[in-house]
Design a protein around this ligand. Sequence first.
Ligand SMILES: Cc1cc2nc3c(=O)[nH]c(=O)nc-3n(C[C@H](O)[C@H](O)[C@H](O)COP(=O)(O)OP(=O)(O)OC[C@H]3O[C@@H](n4cnc5c(N)ncnc54)[C@H](O)[C@@H]3O)c2cc1C
Length: 399
Amino acid sequence: MLWDVGIIGGGIVGMATAHALANPRRKVIVLEAEGRLAAHQTGHNSGVIHSGLYYRPGTLKARNCVEGRDAMYAFCRDHDIPHERCGKLIVATNEAELPALGELERRGRANGLVGMRRLVGEEIPEHEPYARGVAALHVTETGIVDYTRVNETLGRLVREAGGTVETNARVGAVKRATSSMVLETARGPFECRALVNCGGLQSDRIARLCGVDPKLRIVPFRGDYYELVPERRSLVRNLLYPVPDPEFPFLGVHFTRMIGGGVEAGPNAVLALRREGYGRWSFSPRDAAAVASYGGFWRMARRHWRAGMGEVFRSLSTRAFVEALRRLVPELQIADVRRAGAGVRAQALEPSGLLVDDFRIVEAERMIHVLNAPSPAATASLSIGRTIAEAATRRFDLP
Ligand SMILES: Cc1cc2nc3c(=O)[nH]c(=O)nc-3n(C[C@H](O)[C@H](O)[C@H](O)COP(=O)(O)OP(=O)(O)OC[C@H]3O[C@@H](n4cnc5c(N)ncnc54)[C@H](O)[C@@H]3O)c2cc1C
């Protein structure tokens, strides 16, 4: 069988791409390494439908987040996926954070958010009774969902549209021929006319397997979560965030009410020594060596070592983690939280040491590689999928 498009990776970006591409005339196949879809970033995230507030206007993140957010709400409505547009509060806990809060508000307006309101400190408890700060931004477009459910639904729709989804099919080699390429997997070879790499934490390696120099390396950052114990869940109503450090792309530890119940706190961001390792001591010699041998990592480490050490300390010490959260909710005590899961972010890093901020999607001959799709890529996935499908239809001469 000759497939028109082979998509590597059954996370939400791969499945949204397959959903946008699949139709009965086209032979589309998704090859997923694990035994189930959404096994990595998509199944280990905070479940937030981001509003589009944070991103520099004009970037791929800004455009795809805003379009993708609306598409995600519509998709959830159309397919009966539980979700809630519950809104979120970003709290400045001191005067020094006010300029950054103002910049967020400006970005939000530039990105077309309409349900945003600036609050003075005294108004904060009307939204979050236990939160304290000097000012806040209330954003009504933010919501919550379970992205694993979204991914499963995409999988079903892809199959119904005539597409094929193969699990336990890790692509280990790619052989290029004149007008096709063969993707070698444990389930056998799959010959495709074109390919889309949505490999998340492995996307740089997959690009190299395809003979494409990604010009960056994926560096994994683990985020540990805590959750509020059931009797203290009332400390947080919805989503409660600090003002993020503009230097650092992660958002700072925050509180997130989950669509399935409960309130999570976190995640922090510590360098992970295994790309798909969810424990604090997870280690892969290959992944650790890939970080240690990369000049870009050491250049980044020189710039951000102070923030990095703080994150490591918070990862090891519940007391330090709770201390960071108490800036938002002073009443929080250590006994109010317990450890929950973890997720690993695929963060692309340039050789110069710069953290790649925007989504990066690179086209090569008969290929499209998604090389950087960190948060808010789950929110933005339907828009990213549509954009990739348009490019693929244009470039690959698809039926
Ligand atoms: C802790 C954390 C919190 C986050 N919170 C949010 C949030 O609240 N809202 C939001 O919008 N975004 C959030 N994100 C970001 C979001 O989860 C990701 O941007 C998104 O899931 C990326 O999807 P993906 O399909 O690119 O990657 P993934 O979901 O990682 O999927 C990649 C897939 O490729 C497969 N694969 C890898 N190698 C191969 C191979 N060789 N052959 C075949 N398959 C392969 C993997 O098994 C995996 O299933 C968060 C991320 C993390 C880690």
